[in-house]
Design a protein around this ligand. Sequence first.
Ligand code: HXC
Length: 520
Amino acid sequence: MSFIEYRQMNAFEKLEALRQKAKLGGGEKRIVSQHAKGKLTARERVEILLDENSFEEIGMFVEHRCTDFDMQSDKYLGDGVVTGHGTIDRRLVYVFSQDFTVFGGSLSETHAEKICKIMDLAIQNGAPIIGLNDSGGARIQEGVSSLGGYADIFWRNTKASGVIPQISAIMGPCAGGAVYSPAITDFIFMVEKTSYMFVTGPNVVKTVTHEDITSEELGGADTHSSISGVTHFKAPNEVECLQMIRKLVSYLPQNCEDTAYSHSYSIGSETREKLDTLIPASPNQPYDMHEVIEGIIDENSFFEVHKDWAENIICGFSRIGGRSVGVVANQPSSMAGVLDINSSRKAARFVRFCDAFNIPLLTLVDVPGFLPGKDQEWQGIITNGAKLLFAFSEATVPKITVITRKAYGGAYDVMNSKHIGADVNLAWPTAEIAVMGAKGAAEIIFKNEINASNDKEATWREKELGYMDTFANPYKAAARGFIDEVIFPRETRLKVIKAFKMLENKVSNLPKKKHDNIPL
Ligand code: HXC
């Protein structure tokens, strides 16, 4: 449209023309190029993310104010980010979606102001904020104004933490300091092959460490979902990514003073017989804890977080009796379910999120202890294991624990034991609650007798069996009230539903403090 054509329009026509222009972002050519990379545009993403026709845009006509490098002659309505609010399943959410077709989605001072405005509204009105990131980073022509804009966002991310759920999706590049906004938010999604995140890119890596590495290897979705644990979710494509975000939101409350939406549910007499046959005869044989989870929760309601990282612990959202519940479970089929640095970090962050947003916790325990070894000790298993202990201890939401098999040593205490504030502790008859495995225990406490024996192996085995008879069961703990009830596995679902119902109005306050000091 030429300037003369524009001048001849009436006021309504001008508004319509401006809207159409804004919707084209950086123009048709760049939209074609975006699609050619297998990526959607900022607006297409918003449309898929939100309920149909629910999006209300804010700041469509914002333009940058930069005059260096002749930038005053290169302006785009909206300045590279689409911001506003809409609904997911009819519940309010705020959204910003960076538009790569405008200066590569780079962040200018005004681009940052638009994001901050949306964040302020989200905090003020108590609704989740979702950021769809696709950006070349700081707008290079704007220098420090852009850096300041990033810091304004980081500061708000921190203020909003624990107040409203914050979700980030990486749908293109996200590099340099720009990674720190998603990193502060509660959940990160990445899209396979088209997104990457790193603090310094392959070129800088090559110069500094002489390593040859591609963007994908350094910071692609596979890397961050399975090696670093930076991303919580990995999606095969953008559409699935946006649908996964919708699903996540369905488990969450709007803010820290709200509770998550409950589906209607009436308690029936259903039992889950399959659970009775899950635990193998040998204590050293693995089984898949996912099957236990499925046997307790509402059908097909599990939404796993960090599925491919630290697989020795399982974390995820579920519905139990219609209600949103966070599940934390040792996974015997990965490293025997041992607690190590990564699994402790993973579960601690998940527990803290659930507690911050009033989501009750179900903990399933089959843990042989903490992972021994120089590697773990040198990298700080002490501090990292303490994170999980701290997270469970400070959580005031309703907390239920079910011990399915092993609960050994310090890991027994850590995995939401009665002693650190669990409300209801159940155990299956197959539970073994002890300081350590029977073999190791017998070796230590009967060392002299074993050494003095003519048949060391037989004596050791006899002592091992004796220790097992005493401790490889849940009844010692039940006798002390550390376990409230020993139950048949098939009863678990109903027991858990009733226990959460019983805890519905739980009130538990922490001592007055400015904030805690979790061992970071
Ligand atoms: C201004 C930028 C830009 C930027 C890209 N563009 N990044 N404009 N500032 N940071 C523009 C390009 O000039 C181009 O404009 C358009 O966006 C698309 O870029 P291409 O390079 O053609 O796209 P592609 O080949 O897909 O490569 C994407 C890219 C690359 C990998 C992101 O553009 C790139 O490396 N950009 C620079 C990244 C960078 O160094 N950013 C600063 C990082 S430091 P036209 O007009 O041709 O369409 C940082 C600090 C943050 O961000 C600190 C926070 C605390």
